[in-house]
Design a protein around this ligand. Structure first.
Ligand code: SF4
Ligand code: SF4
Length: 359
């Protein structure tokens, strides 16, 4: 295992975007440090480096899907308006009480919660209540939003919630480009107006939070708008912009691949050291409580390592699937898991053809 592993799940286009992503993680750790969290972090990193299958530490970040509902229809997103097939996870929302039960189980160890999955969190008013609950426990919350809402109180609601980082998810600077990626209902003018209103209100209150970062997923048909996006982000007063190398399924046409990293290099790169820190540091929790070691394979509930609402996070964290996954990460060439694990078919470990949306 690498001694220092600062890779994030999001694949940045360049070093500067990668630094901005890592910097926000580090900021959350420093801002929300407590003695208990510090001790857990040290134990966790030690156990990761040693490749222990059973952990005495708990996850120190979580990704939690408050809702799987979305008002847009991004071409390759499983959380869009498209129908689910039989047997796939249904679309729904978590209740604030259920979210609170996650905080009760792990809050004292958590530096950060990314409160979004494959849905639009700000469509769902309870998300703001969840942010407040987590912020009250000194946990940094990040939300990624398309900001396509006509809610007139959105800016003040966000500010009052205590949100730490807002990621604007918008993949272009022109209406046609954005709609090609995010569906016909996508309205970039509305999204930017909402962000600008939030910036003005935040600055007017003299607050530094939420920090606002534009996430721009690069493709062959929007890469020419990168410079304009940077200029727009600066003009509006966003804190930063990050350009991302999205992972599309194999059936995506060539136009979805930026000329700066064509399909072939996306398939081969970034997984050279064949290791993964997710099963030591964090987890992904679907709206229904189904827990996965990361945000892959979420459509199939059979991939879940357990349910945090019925089984509890601690029991799942050292359950059979996690133990087998950690052994596999330590020895991807030789270890054969005794049960189904999401990691068994993961290209990050060099174990399967590249299609991160399936197992
Ligand atoms: S806005 Fe986000 S959740 Fe909605 S369809 Fe697009 S990627 Fe999926
Ligand atoms: S499937 Fe397992 S090995 Fe692959 S990224 Fe997720 S947690 Fe890591």
């Amino acid at each position: 295992m690498p001694l220092l592993d600062l890779r994030t799940a999001t694949m940045a286009y360049d070093r500067s975007s990668g630094t901005r992503i890592a910097f926000e993680h580090i900021r959350s750790v420093l801002r929300h440090m407590t003695p208990k969290r510090a001790l857990n972090l040290i134990k966790s990193e030690r156990e990761r480096i040693l490749g222990r299958p059973v952990l005495s530490s708990m996850p120190f970040f979580l990704k939690v899907e408050s809702t799987g509902l979305c008002n847009l229809d991004c071409r390759w997103c499983t959380g869009s308006l498209r129908k689910r097939l039989e047997g796939q996870r249904t679309i729904g929302s978590m209740t604030p009480e259920q979210f609170r039960s996650i905080l009760d189980q792990a809050g004292e160890y958590l530096f950060r919660i990314n409160l979004y999955g494959f849905g639009e969190p700000l469509l769902f008013p309870e998300t703001l209540e969840m942010i407040r609950d987590a912020a009250d426990r000194n946990i940094g919350v990040t939300v990624s939003s398309n900001m396509n809402t006509t809610n007139a109180t959105l800016a003040s609601d966000i500010l009052d919630s205590g949100l730490e980082l807002l990621i604007l998810s918008c993949h272009g600077t022109a209406r046609e480009t954005v709609q090609r990626f995010m569906g016909e209902a996508a309205d970039i003018r509305l999204a930017l107006e909402n962000v600008e209103r939030l910036v003005r209100l935040r600055d007017g209150r003299g607050s530094r939070y939420p920090r606002i970062q534009w996430q721009f997923c690069m493709t062959g048909f929007n890469e020419h708008q990168m410079i304009e996006a940077e200029t727009t982000a600066r003009r509006i007063g966003m804190d930063s912009i990050r350009f991302i190398r999205p992972l599309f399924p194999t059936e995506a046409g060539d136009e979805w691949y930026s000329s700066l990293f064509p399909r072939r290099s996306v398939e081969r790169s970034d997984f050279r050291d064949r290791s993964c820190s997710w099963p030591y540091r964090g987890a992904y929790i679907n709206w229904d409580g189904g827990l996965l070691p990361c945000c892959k394979g979420e459509l199939d509930p059979e991939n879940d390592y357990g349910n945090v609402f019925s089984e509890g996070l601690s029991a799942i964290w050292n359950g059979l699937r996690y133990r087998e996954s950690r052994k596999l990460i330590k020895s991807p060439d030789t270890f054969i898991p005794s049960c189904r694990t999401l990691c068994s078919a993961c290209p990050v470990l060099g174990l399967a053809p590249h299609d991160l949306r399936t197992v």
